[in-house]
Design a binder for this molecule. Structure first.
Ligand code: NIG
Ligand code: FE
Length: 405
């Protein structure tokens, strides 16, 4: 058997669950990974390597740990400007909602994003992307939602797609036209939702620029009824949906998302028992975003015990955005998920690999070390997997492999 590349003497976190009911990281000591044409063709104990294996290129991992490349499944990486001034206002006592209602918040990033060219959006996102890649990210989801009209939403999604030409990374794009009501629709959220469905979404789907459709279901954004119209339009175009739900209050967004068979509901601090049951029943992934919880100094934590008990898969992401989570470290996000939300080390690591792939509807292609999947690897200088979650601001990445390279 001829392969392009072979890594030997590794300790693999395959993220393939063991016995039913035992989550686990699917650890293989003394492991090897073989790659051919960017795909994994073998991942398992060296002892099980095919005897006739001939590799064009060999790497001795010298006992290092190997995980699937990390997947940041919820970001707003592409945007104009920053919100440092708003941060100072919040330090002086203003709340996130007060700033949003006074026309700041998301709207101030909308003004900066509308004023930025596609080249400028790419250039300003690259350093943030590089920070993610430096910690082993090989797939990143990027949302629009700071253009709020067809041309600027399109420009954001083009910029997001272009990042994948600039760096060795997989980018998935999500259309988030229903993020906030733009100034020209002030007082007419229904009118804006109509424009999202009829104009923006139709045009973006025609250009094939979005892999999924998202919305912000919140008192300062859109109601479940308004989001239902967006989901109807998305599904008519064959696009999967997901939702920012129950972040600052409980509007029943997760139940709505479940009704539409969404990929995920994200944030979920105010999720109730009904919402958990609906998510479990419909097979949604819960994407937890501890960076936003931390940065907004929230106090209500998502119902992790109930999610666990119901068997809802949990993912963790940075939510990298200028307003509520200016976080470009997936490893710090894991530490926050453990420290603030009490996720276990295994839950954190599954949450940024296997379950993050699930939240993107890409578990068939990425998220675990299994034959047939993309050969996206993160190779770590650590003694135990827990170190990836335990440290704050230390990066033990040894090497990153995307599609075998
Ligand atoms: O995921 N919740 C809504 N959207 C972003 C924040 C947007 C912003 O403040 O710019 C989030 O937290
Ligand atoms: Fe978000």
């Amino acid at each position: 058997m001829q392969v392009d590349r072979l890594w030997t003497n590794g300790r693999l976190m395959t993220m393939v669950p063991g016995a039913p009911g035992a989550p686990g990281l699917g650890v293989v000591e003394g492991g090897a990974v073989a790659e051919e044409a960017g795909r994994i063709v073998f991942a398992g104990p060296m002892a099980d390597l095919p005897g006739d294996l001939d590799a064009r290129d060999r790497t001795d991992l010298e006992g290092r740990w190997v995980s699937p490349g990390l997947i940041d499944c919820h970001t707003h990486l592409v945007h104009g400007g920053d919100r440092a001034r708003e941060f100072e206002l919040r330090l002086a006592g203003a709340s996130y909602e007060e700033i949003a209602r006074a026309g700041g918040g998301i709207r101030s990033t909308v003004a900066a994003t509308r004023a930025a060219s596609e080249d400028e959006l790419v250039a300003s996102a690259l350093p943030r992307l590089d920070a993610l890649l430096a910690e082993g990210v090989t797939t990143v989801e990027i949302k629009s939602g700071y253009g709020l009209e067809t041309e600027a939403e399109t420009r954001m999604l083009f910029a997001a797609r272009r990042l994948a030409d600039e760096r060795a990374v997989t980018v998935t794009t999500t259309f988030l036209g229903a993020h906030a009501v733009p100034p020209e629709f002030e007082g007419d959220a229904d009118g804006y939702i109509h424009a999202v469905c009829r104009e923006q979404l139709a045009s973006i789907a025609a250009d094939n620029l979005a892999d999924a459709v998202d919305g912000f279901c919140e008192t300062i954004a859109f109601s479940p009824d308004q989001m239902a119209l967006v989901f109807d339009a998305a599904q008519a175009l064959g696009l999967p949906v997901k939702l920012h739900a129950e972040q600052l209050s409980n509007l029943g967004g997760a139940r709505l998302a479940a009704r539409y068979g969404a990929l995920s509901a994200d944030h979920l601090e105010y999720l109730d028992e009904d919402g958990v049951a609906a998510m479990a029943h419909a097979g949604l992934t819960a994407v937890l975003l501890p960076g936003a919880f931390y940065f907004l100094r929230e106090t209500q934590v998502p119902p992790v015990d109930a999610l666990r008990l119901a068997g809802v898969p949990i993912a963790v992401a940075t939510d990298c955005n200028p307003g509520s989570s200016p976080l470009t470290s997936p490893l710090v996000a894991l530490n926050m998920a453990a420290t603030l939300f009490r996720l276990t080390v295994e839950e954190c690591l599954l949450g940024i690999t296997r379950n993050a792939a699930r939240a993107l509807g890409r578990l068939g292609d990425i998220g675990t070390l299994e034959p047939g999947k993309a050969c996206d690897l993160a190779i770590w200088n650590i003694e135990t997997p827990a170190e990836l979650v335990y440290r704050i601001g230390f990066n033990p990445l040894h090497a990153r492999v995307w599609r075998g390279k």
